[in-house]
Design a protein around this ligand. Structure first.
Ligand code: R5P
Length: 286
């Protein structure tokens, strides 16, 4: 099988090499900002396409659409799409009248091409797979990889109820308990209010907060402060997609004792390598 990769995912593609031949997709940006891609010659009729869509999400999404359409024109019958971090997934619902459900928009666009499967890591809400019923979404979560790096913690915390399945998965590997805080986001201003739970004793405990995205760091650091206020002695954090925007790095350093991220988005905390995880998932599809 040919594994076609956008330039910014070649490091991940190298880990998939045993399963096929990695070929780089040519990319070009015109002076007016429009983008163009070109499929390498002689691709087979079944291919995997690997795209790291973050950063520069909008340009990368267009590059991906152009690539998928070119493959379709070439008569490719089966495309396995590998998108380690699926952007636009946080708009999984229509929060205010008149807004789109952006995750649906993106998945519908992707499923208009001959995409049979979408491999991704820790999608914000797994149920968005329903927006692309013809595409089989395989959503992996690096629970073991996180757990081995935070061994010794007594409790795993989700910063909101929506992330509780992550806390549960990591806690299960560690053999410890888990809990969650309650988080409310003002959809107009984006501001967050976090309500800690007082029914779990955190005094003197080593805890780990798990989440899918670290964007500005507000959620994680509010949760960290709440845990420390409730008596936690050490707070680790394991986050899958670390964007680390604005002053997130300073915020993290002000409270978190150790942060672990994956390399779906490249950053200095990206200890967990996702290439091997993607390879295992891809192998199962071949
Ligand atoms: C939201 O529901 C996500 O799971 C993350 O908690 C959120 O995107 C993190 O954003 P920030 O770092 O800006 O608080």
């Amino acid at each position: 099988m040919d594994i076609l990769s956008l330039q910014n995912a070649l490091d991940l593609a190298a880990d998939l090499e045993p399963l096929g031949t990695v070929k780089q997709i040519e990319e070009k940006v015109f002076p007016d900002g429009e983008v163009l891609t070109r499929i390498p010659q002689d691709v087979g009729l079944e291919v995997a396409v690997l795209a790291r869509l973050y950063p520069d999400v909008n340009n990368n999404l267009v590059k991906l659409m152009l690539t998928l359409d070119a493959l379709s024109d070439l008569g490719v019958r089966k495309i396995i799409l590998i998108i380690p971090y699926l952007p636009y997934a946080r708009q999984d619902r229509r929060f205010r009248p008149g807004e789109p459900i952006s995750s649906k928009t993106v998945l519908r666009m992707l499923s208009s091409f001959p995409v049979s499967a979408l491999l991704t890591l820790d999608v914000h809400k797994p149920y968005i797979a329903d927006y692309a019923p013809r595409v089989s979404m395989i959503n992996m979560y690096p629970a073991s990889e996180f757990a081995e790096r935070i061994s010794g913690v007594d409790l795993v915390i989700s910063p909101d109820f929506g992330s509780i399945h992550r806390a549960e998965a990591v806690a299960k590997v560690l053999g410890v308990t888990y809990t969650y805080f309650e988080k409310y986001r003002d959809r107009e201003t984006g501001s967050i209010t976090l309500i800690p739970r007082h029914d779990v004793d955190m005094r003197g405990k080593k805890v780990a907060i798990v989440d899918d995205i670290l964007s500005t760091g507000g959620t994680l650091v509010d949760a960290c402060r709440a845990a420390k206020t409730l008596g936690a002695s050490v707070v680790f954090a394991a986050v899958t997609h670390c964007q680390l925007l604005k002053n997130a790095r300073d915020k993290v350093k002000s409270c978190i004792d150790k942060l672990i991220c994956t390399d779906t988005i490249l950053n200095e905390y990206a200890e967990v390598k996702t290439g091997p995880i993607l390879r295992t998932a891809l192998q199962k599809l071949l």
